[in-house]
Design a binder for this molecule. Sequence first.
Ligand code: AMP
Ligand code: GLY
Length: 417
Amino acid sequence: MRILVVGKGGREHALVRALAESPGNPELFCFPGSDAIFEIAQSVDADGVESLVAWMKQNAIDLCVAGEESYLVRGEGLANLCERHGIPCWGPPKESAQLEASKEFAKGFLVRNGIPTAMATATATLDEAVAAIAGKYPTVLKFDGLAAGKGVAVCADEASAMEFLLEVFTQRRFGDGRVLVEDCLTGPEVSIFAAIVDESYLVFTPARDYKRALDGDKGPNTGGMGAVASRHLVSPDLLARIEHEIVKPTVAGLRKEGLPYRGFLYFGLMLTPSGPQVIEYNCRFGDPECQAVMPLIHGDLAGFCLAGAMGKLRADMISFDDGWSVCVILASAGYPESSRSGDAIHGLEKTGDFRVYHAGTRRNASGTWETHGGRVLAVVAGGNTRAEAVENAHAAADTVSFDGMLRRRDVGILNFD
Ligand code: AMP
Ligand code: GLY
């Protein structure tokens, strides 16, 4: 089987590794990929979605796996183009990927389908946004488009709200777009991933990510500074409730609204005192949750994704480990406001009972690894208990270093009683 994975970050490195470990030795390709990914997958000569899909056709690719969301909504859409060329794609078409690409679309979908979520108002100007906030703080402001996880601000007061609104409406930091003004929910967050194949679904191991830059959930929001995953993160009763109130109505809503879906769907949930509520959908696996979840999956992930892309949910092809997995992100100096590239990374030659996925690295002219982006590495280890996984992952993260390295020490620890 010849598989092409689309994306270049730590999530895609983890996906490529998991697919490579599937029985049947699939031949792997990645676009745009990274130096680390190209150690296990071949690179592709393309310069956009159209030429990528043409390349897949010419090179007899059996399955396209969408890692990163942006390609799903670029141009005609990755999955739409794959379908036109008869290439099975694990990832939804452009019209369905609006669930992630447009927060306003997602909010409408949630409300229409009676799925619990925070109340929100869409606004097109600074004045409209201020009127919608109506002096009620804290408030949540969301840019209505893809902003690489940085388009959301939870604002405690007017000053922070104005700062975000000026960034969006005056400085146009994310380009053109509206802002959703949303009620602020409280409670622990959990990320639920379902593989959706038309009207059927399979829930993967639940995870939680650590979005703030600093220990104690302090500092600015980031793309994610770590994650913890386990079947035991959510009780069986709560998981049943999440399936009944959120996952099933979502799958039914997609069918009802004529939105085809074959791929991973990520439910970002808040477990509020009145029950689980959706804060966002993403039409892909989470990053860094993927890095924590992949090592817990056994069986034939490649076969599972291919069957799914062809319309069959083959839950029998994979199984989930009963243990815990913890992922610690190592980020470069300045992240998330900026990042620093070119710092030499030490310790990558060490091996043990852990995995290191590369998010933002490159090989320099002398062949050694250096930083190349905000989030640099994801160090992942498991254990039978959370405490064991925490200890193993943080000890493994201690073996790697680079100048200016930023890291949280409470991943897997904070937000557990
Ligand atoms: P999103 O990109 O929509 O997942 O938002 C990023 C983060 O902002 C979430 O993980 C939450 O921590 C926070 N957030 C989003 N929506 C809300 C909300 N309605 N109430 C409180 N926090 C929120
Ligand atoms: N971990 C958050 C995300 O992937 O969007």
